[in-house]
Design a protein around this ligand. Structure first.
Ligand code: E4P
Length: 219
């Protein structure tokens, strides 16, 4: 499973890239607004310059609601950098936009996906990625991770090339389950990435090794 960072915070992205563990970033209007900038283009171009490996992907969301405007906006956002994936919502207008843009070889991340049916339709329309929102489903008492598993099963069954991004990840256990059910990618907040790394036994082990080493080196 590949790991993307779900943030528009440049410092966090730089730190995660230095560790060599992320190959993509997903942004959305809320995440960009949180960084207190209205300049989506500058943010996305900066991120694309930092996360720029051969298989990298940086998602930038459209803000339009009708198909024609989404298509226009999608073309513009895709022109910002070669590794941009245009994020388009799982709506009828979104499907129309995905269908047009995917034929132009523009990479798409179909977002705000909450059902297997939406995922199937996105794949048929030609989306590169589909992002089921696990945490938001859990929040309303549904099993978000079950949806990830169901979509992976259906895509495998029909050999559909669309990749599943487990999105709206809230904790490290979500990442483990997403990997077990076969999600291609998990997009995680920086705090969850840190939780994936940290383990108290690792910290205890390091300090014990260092204490023991000090004892012999003082002899
Ligand atoms: C994914 O692409 C979305 O940006 C994100 O995962 C949404 O997460 P949230 O439900 O925590 O806002």
């Amino acid at each position: 499973m590949r790991i993307f960072l779900d943030t528009a915070n440049i410092d966090q992205i730089k730190k995660a890239v230095k560790m060599g563990v992320i190959s993509g970033v997903t942004t959305n209007p809320s995440l960009v607004a949180k960084e207190n900038t209205a300049d989506y283009e500058t943010v996305v171009k900066t991120i694309c310059g930092i996360v720029n490996g051969p298989d990298s992907s940086v998602s930038a969301e459209v803000l339009s609601e009708d198909a024609e405007s989404m298509i226009e906006e999608g073309r513009i956002k895709a022109s910002w950098a070669p590794n941009v994936a245009v994020k388009i919502p799982s709506t009828a207008a979104g499907l129309e936009a995905i269908s047009t843009l995917s034929k132009e070889k523009i990479k798409i991340n179909m977002t705000l996906c909450f059902s297997v049916n939406q995922a199937i339709l996105g794949a048929r329309a030609g989306t590169t990625f589909v992002s089921p929102f696990v945490g938001r489903l859990d929040d309303i008492g549904h099993d978000g991770m079950q949806l990830i598993g169901d979509i992976v099963t259906v895509f495998d069954h029909y050999k559909l090339p669309t990749q599943v991004i487990a999105a709206s990840i809230r904790n490290p256990l979500h990442c483990v389950t997403a990997a077990k059910v076969g999600a291609h990618i998990a997009t995680v907040p920086y705090s969850v990435l840190m939780q994936m790394i940290n383990h108290p036994l690792t910290d205890i082990g390091i300090s014990r090794f260092l204490d023991d080493w000090k004892k012999v080196s003082q002899k």
